[in-house]
Design a binder for this molecule. Sequence first.
Ligand code: AMP
Length: 514
Amino acid sequence: MTNPLYDMLLGARADSAAPLLHLAGDGVVTYAAMDASAARVAGLLRARGLGRGDRLAMQTAKSPEALALYLGCVRAGVIVLPLNTAYTPDEMAYFIGDASPKLVVVDPSAEAALGQPAREAGATILTLDAEGAGSLTEALADATPTDAPEPCSGDDLACLLYTSGTTGRSKGAMLSHDNLVSNARTLMACWRFTSDDVLLHALPIFHAHGLFVACNVAMAAGASMIWQPGFDAGAVIAALPRASVMMGVPTFYTRLLADEAFTREVAGHMRLFTSGSAPLLAETHDAFRARTGHAILERYGMTETGMNTSNPYDGDRRAGTVGRPLPGVELRVTDPETAAPLPEGETGMIEVRGPNVFKGYWQMPEKTAEELRADGWFITGDLGVVSADGYVTIVGRQKDLIITGGYNVYPREVEAVLDDQPGVSESAVIGLPHPDFGEGVVAVVVPEPGAAPDLDAIAGAVRSQLANYKRPKHYLLRDALPRNTMGKVQKNALRAEHAALFSGTPEDMAKAGG
Ligand code: AMP
């Protein structure tokens, strides 16, 4: 038996002096050095009694040492839980209780607050700070590296990746070696990664995008990464001339476009920009193309499945779509009520099946049964439509679907009209509790910098383009939409903030257009 994920990431290049990470300044971490670090981590884990199938939770800043910790877990057959650095101690206590890791690695500042939940779960805590220092690093100095990766089967779990949990408790998606290996190999081929590539890596590594799409694909190809601790437009612009590929969330691209130093020359040497984790506005796609000549390649995936669809490397990268299903991934659209497959061109629930689809939710058999069918189809929770030539368009999450007076309103359709109006930078359309209609459609509009959009004119444009029941009953202006670190608009936060909009006095209701 081998260790499928480790073999793909590092095993094949364990002795290679080729660069893996380019750090700030002239620092370089080679493949061989990273393999040695991972072997040391694996040795420490073994000495501390962690073996195949045990869990390790990590909530650490992005650093080469944090990457080595992930890779050391894979080498040791230990299931790793990468956790968002924004989680509070209370949230961390939930993850520690749920996953019962034997070891928890956190920033030194979080150690005291996590002492009790760790003790209750029988876990010890080690620390790692943003500079790579802490009790983990001290313990590693005395660790004996393991000679070889721990043998694992393709079905063994490599990772528990918690969903962002915008509705209810976060769930631990169980991802196997085969899930991660198959997806990385598929993306590497589709996006033509080779060992000559230099990936500009500015994403966080606690999320599938930065860890499994970016790091795993780059390492599977033997490519190197320009390793930046986070997204900073100036640092990205300075590094782009040395890179060949960049992966980003849509906000990376809007921020680059907002910077005059981001020119055609800066991007001239790049061969690929990809976008995902949230919808890329067609307007951003077009503006990026006009500025740089590059068509951003948009793809679609999620924690539970890795990547499902991608626009083509060669061929039409269609703005506003997420492209076609990846090789080996089946995708269908079903009726959310009856689960019957829908004919092409009809909007419904996106379901996917393939080697990328996870093994279920950790210790949640009922949730797993609700979302993962016995025949392997995963109900994504995303609503979408497939064109005659196979391109998938996502219209939103099912939980964001608005049902008003018995009619379905897909927020994306209304947002597209609003985004086209003069002075509008972007918008979010939400449903709020409404005494008559169940939910009332509400538009949250963000003006372009310095603009004051004419809401009456916007309402007029909406009237001319959309059926009555789809039209917002109320418009709210705000400077920015609330987003999480992956650039996703937090509609639940907007709904919570304005929950009482339609529940006031009759006078309030009249004002709210209800
Ligand atoms: P996560 O599990 O945090 O990766 O979030 C997955 C969700 O992000 C998906 O179910 C989609 O709702 C959304 N998502 C990912 N990529 C895209 C995309 N290219 N366009 C629209 N939504 C996306």
